[in-house]
Design a protein around this ligand. Structure first.
Ligand code: MN
Ligand code: MN
Length: 348
């Protein structure tokens, strides 16, 4: 290094403490993470909210007017076909300390771009009745969609997506679905239950909540394949894990962007879309899935499109010995949040 350059760096950084950051974007991050005394906020301390977002207390009737994005916990897993436990997902995800606030790939700090709050969990009438829970979820999400806020749901099992889509479609009409999962979740009534986690998108198609011709399901695999005929017949673009491996991220992103265009999109992320090597903590694991890096790249590939809502579901922490599943789940929820927040940054 030449001496003039070295001297300049010494002058600028030689005595600067860690909270002195010069780059304008990084400075905003530093201001969030450093306290006035120059010490960093402890990421593992205090009452947890998702990404340490401000908590807005719906139970106490706190006014959410002006809220751009509501992060909503949906601790409900009455719809599972195999291992239970996703009801513990929202709490576990809120406990993850090191997600955000800055997304280095999308170059955004979501809650600097718009007003976001963790609004707590859906209040359920009953812990026993799946049909009541489905109604309660729709009613709760309508409060936000009708007020013009976008929603990011943290599940819960995948059956929650159907009532959320009802609330969203009531506001926006049929939306495009961008769906990462091992399963298409378009199966019919099973064991006398209509609203289980293997069927939310059957209802979404049949009720006209999503536009199948603009919808994509990615990472599909496993022995439940025979249940997904409605996806094909309705015109969904189904990309199996094997086809994804052959084609790679850029080709799939290009196809998704062409398919979706400027239609509002709902992004739904089932953590079992990832390989169980990365995400074992889930109810219906399927070998042969995506890597977290591929899933991140897929989500980031939607940057700039009109993402009006999303969810991250099926994290069941009790099968997650390393906490890796909840870590990766929280990260994917963050990626979806960034996609939504980008709309405010470019729209203003
Ligand atoms: Mn699913
Ligand atoms: Mn699944």
């Amino acid at each position: 290094m030449d001496e003039i350059k070295l001297k300049a760096l010494q002058d600028k950084y030689g005595n600067a403490t860690g909270d002195v950051v010069f780059d304008p974007t990084f400075k905003v991050v530093a201001e969030k993470l450093f306290k006035e005394d120059g010490n960093r906020t402890l990421p593992y301390s205090g009452i947890p909210t998702f990404m340490d977002l401000p908590h807005m207390d719906m139970e106490r009737g706190e006014d959410f007017a002006g809220l751009d994005i509501a992060v909503v916990g949906v601790p409900m897993d009455l719809g599972v076909t195999n291992r239970p436990g996703a009801r513990f997902g929202p709490r576990a995800v809120r406990g993850i300390e090191r997600v955000g606030p800055y997304n280095h790939a999308l170059k955004i700090i979501p809650d600097a771009a718009c007003k976001i709050a963790d609004v707590g969990d859906v209040p359920f009438r009953s812990r026993f009745n799946l049909e009541h829970c489905i109604e309660d979820i729709e009613a709760h999400f309508r409060k936000f969609t009708e007020a013009g806020a976008r929603t990011l749901a943290i599940g819960g099992d995948h059956s929650i997506s159907h009532p959320i889509l009802r609330a969203i479609a009531a506001q926006h009409g049929p939306v495009a679905l961008f769906h990462i999962d091992a399963h298409c979740d378009t199966a019919g009534e099973t064991d006398g239950a209509k609203f289980h986690h293997g069927g939310p998108f059957r209802h979404a198609i049949l009720e006209g909540l999503i536009d199948p011709d603009r919808s994509m399901q990615i990472g599909i695999r496993g022995s439940a394949e025979f249940l997904w005929e409605l996806s094909y017949e309705a015109g969904m673009t189904v990309i199996h894990a094997e086809e994804f491996e052959e084609r790679g991220v850029p080709s799939v992103v290009e196809q998704a962007r062409a398919l979706i265009g400027d239609v509002p999109i709902y992004v739904t992320f089932d953590v079992d879309g990832l390989d169980p090597a990365f995400a074992p903590g889930t109810g219906t694991p399927e070998i042969g899935g995506l890597t977290p890096r591929e899933a991140q790249a897929l989500l980031r590939g939607l940057a700039g499109l009109n993402v009006i809502g999303g969810d991250m579901v099926e994290v069941a922490p009790q099968y997650d010995a390393t906490t890796n599943t909840v870590q990766v789940g929280a990260q994917m929820a963050f990626e979806i949040l960034c996609l939504m927040a980008l709309q405010f940054e470019t729209g203003d």
